[in-house]
Every structure is written in structure tokens, then in C-alpha cells.
Design a protein around this ligand. Sequence first.
Ligand SMILES: Nc1ncnc2c1ncn2[C@@H]1O[C@H](COP(=O)(O)OP(=O)(O)OP(=O)(O)O)[C@@H](O)[C@H]1O
Ligand SMILES: [Mg+2]
Length: 359
Amino acid sequence: MPESVRATSVPAESPSLEGSTAQGAAQTPEEAGVVNRSVPQSAALPESAITATGLTKRYGDFTAVDGIDFAVSRGESFGLLGPNGAGKSTTMRMIAAVASRTAGDLTVAGLDPERQGPEVRARLGVIPQQDNLDEELTVRENIIMYGRYFGLPRRWLLAKAEELLDFAQLTHKAKARVEDLSGGMKRRLTIARALVNEPDVLLLDEPTTGLDPQARHVLWDRLFRLKENGTTLVLTTHHMDEAEQLCDRLIVVDHGRIMAEGSPSGLIREHSTREVLELRFGMDRNAELAEELGAVLDGGDSGFDRFEVLPDRLLVYAERAEEALEHIHAAGHRPVTSLVRRSSLEDVFLRLTGRTLVD
Ligand SMILES: Nc1ncnc2c1ncn2[C@@H]1O[C@H](COP(=O)(O)OP(=O)(O)OP(=O)(O)O)[C@@H](O)[C@H]1O
Ligand SMILES: [Mg+2]
């Protein structure tokens, strides 16, 4: 959805939508005869929801997306994981047909977003990084106005809005103005709104950034339901737990390039040990201790692989981190704190880039 849509394309509506009741079951947009699908419907769609080959975006001399290749299958939940400035939103904007590409090929549902923008947008639901809800309107009106952009009839939309409000757990807020919602509610409304055209593919740019843990879990639950119902999800995040929860497969991106690709568990297996021991010896001692501990652990049976020295912590990568800790204690070392945990995508990122994902 172009970010300019709300401002320019939706006609002002009157009278107020509040107080209207939805009548009858919602038809699909096709049944209502309102969505002009000039390409075959789902059954005949290509297996790949999205394909990108050598996808590149340059702004002047600066390359934001540097020739990336990936394919997203229909029904898959696919993630772009990377730090600030990696090129995630730029990639999403090219898929969403709101930014042009500099080079490479891109198809969305078999269509070229650049040449077939309106058709591509009709098939997508877009949740941009920054909510672009209409603050002046009520929650229900936001959904209905957005549907009007797609040419969906008001009566159909009234029923659809109730369904989406229920899905987003916002029925009790239907008449509230957007500016009175919490951050998590706004995010759920943005998702509800993006579903109004019954999209095949949902693009979510950092769906839960800035939300508290409970609000994030509510959102994850909603996204999980969409996935179960066959919607293709493409999401960006720099939360590794989100990627681990939601993504069947992901690419790790940094500086516009793909560093690795795979399932969350596959990436961890490939690029990290099973466990990690996090040690704190005090600010300036971690690097120095790494050298001493290397001699201790190399000879042991903990499955020790390597260290990462961070400013505040020493990470010991080992198959059996408890055993590594025992060896360290036995050699007379006394860390101030020690924590044993499973490896995560954060460790994969650290391994691949030498940097932490969230600085
Ligand atoms: N319109 C633009 N003009 C110039 N540079 C841009 C423009 N849009 C993005 N960039 C640059 O492209 C790079 C990638 O930006 P992008 O927004 O895609 O990153 P991101 O991975 O989404 O990061 P974040 O996690 O912070 O949202 C950044 O260095 C950014 O400054
Ligand atoms: Mg971004």
C-alpha cells in the first residue's frame, strides 16, 4: 500500500460510519464483484509468493540493498533479520510496489511490482514500520476507509470490519479514536486494516518493535493464526525471539547483503554451538581471561568451540556449557556472574558479523 494512499486516494465519507450495523455474512471481495483480479486466483498462482534475483537498490552512490536473491513459497513465514540500516525496509518497500528497484528481478505472485503495481498492491497487506493510521478517525472507520481505497463496497466492508475487529481483539474499541489507543492496539489495528482486502501475502515491517512483552505475544498469536490459515507472512525484525517464534525460514541481512539463510534452528546448528556460557569477570578483564580460559577449555570435554569477547561479557561457545563452567571453576577462576543458555539467532549474527544485533 502506498504510504500516500490514505491522504490522497480515499474519498471523504459521510455521514459517520458509526452506528451502522453490518448485515449478513461478509462475501468475499470477488463475490461482491469488487476486486478486479486480472490474474488467476490462488489455485493457479505460482508456487513462489515472492522471488528476488540480484535485487538492488541504490540511493545515489549508496547501496542500500546489494544484489540479494531469495524466494518465499506460498504459505511460508519468511523473515528478514538484521540490524538498523541493513536494508530490510527498503526491500519491503520494493516488494510492496512503493519503491522502485535499481537492478535485478522481483516478482510478487508472479507479477512485477514495478510494472503491475496496482495488481500487486491488491494482493498484499502491508504493515509499515511506522503506523500510518488516520488518527482523526475511529478504529472502525480506519478499516472501512482503507477498504474503500480498494473499491470495496461499504456494505461488505461493514461486515468485514466487524470480523477484523474481533480478530484484532478491538471490538470494544471500535468507536475509539486512534489517538486514544495504546501502541499495541494501534499495531493490531494496522494489521486488521491490512487484512481488509483479504491479501495473499502480508508484509510486516517490525510488527512488534516498541511493544511490551505481553502485547508482543498477543500479536504473535494473531500472526500465527494467519499463518495457520495459509497467509504468506514476510516480516522484518531485529528481535531474534520473534524470528524464532514466527519464521519458518529467514535471511540474515547486514549492509544490504545476505549473510546466511535457513530455518532458525538450522542456522543455529550451522553457525553456533548448542549452548553458550556467559561470563562476567569485570569490565576490563574479559579479553585477558579469554586467553587463560582457552588453555583450560581446549583440553576439556565440554565441546568448546570459541569465545566472543563483548565489552561487558565473555561468551564461551560450547556444546555442554555446564561442563565448561566446571572446568573453569576447577582451574580456580571465579567469574562474578555466570549464565548457561541455548544458542540463539543473536549468536548466529554475532558469528557472521562480529557484532551484536541490538547494540
Ligand atoms: N530514501 C532514502 N534515501 C537515501 N538513503 C536511504 C533512503 N531510504 C533508506 N536509505 C538508507 O538505506 C539504508 C537501509 O535503510 P532501511 O530503512 O532499509 O534499513 P532497515 O534495515 O529497515 O533498518 P531499521 O532496522 O533501522 O528499520 C540505510 O542506510 C538508510 O539510511
Ligand atoms: Mg526498517
